[in-house]
Design a protein around this ligand. Structure first.
Ligand SMILES: [Zn+2]
Length: 169
């Protein structure tokens, strides 16, 4: 990797006054900070069901997730979550509140999941989704979930006060 300003090779060192080793240009001293990435998504609710999506892309293709993905530059957290919901499941839910924050420090990611309500049960999987479907809590395919963050979000969802009684089983 080379510096985008002067094309000198990037080196690893602890910059003056810093505590972490960083990727630094040896000539212009520009530091290439590497920080966690934000993943945001939606826990979509309609009546007593939640919408899950079977992934059509790696990693974890064919496993179930909720609409979520990496935040882009120039969008807010809510905009990113709603964009993912539209792209992956063809839904335009109304956000209720920020429901789950889940740290994945070993891979440098933080998840922010919003609980959101759909006005209808309409949905249509996008190209990154093989299939989307509404499930009750007891129908969640726990052994076929794509990521620990999804399982955490769904279990947390159940624990923290369901909107409808059938989540309280
Ligand atoms: Zn440089």
């Amino acid at each position: 990797m080379t510096c985008q300003h002067c094309s000198t090779n990037i080196i690893r060192k602890i910059p003056k006054g810093d505590t972490h080793e960083r990727s630094v240009c040896g000539v212009c001293d520009i530091v290439l900070y590497e920080n966690p990435k934000i993943v945001t998504g939606i826990l979509p609710v309609f009546e007593d069901k939640i919408l899950i999506c079977k992934r059509n892309i790696e990693p974890r293709k064919n496993y179930w997730t909720i609409p979520s993905g990496f935040m882009e530059l120039n969008e807010t957290l809510k905009e990113a979550a709603l964009r993912e919901a539209k792209e992956e499941a063809g839904i335009e839910p109304k956000i209720d509140h920020l429901h789950t924050i889940y740290d994945l420090p070993h891979i440098g990611q933080v998840y922010f999941l919003f609980k959101a309500f759909c006005e209808t049960s309409d949905h249509s999987p996008g190209i990154e989704t093989i299939e989307s479907k509404w499930v009750t809590y007891s129908d969640i395919p726990w052994n076929e979930l794509a990521f620990s963050s999804v399982e955490f979000g769904l279990r947390h969802f159940h624990r923290t006060g369901p909107h409808y009684g059938s989540w309280d089983q």
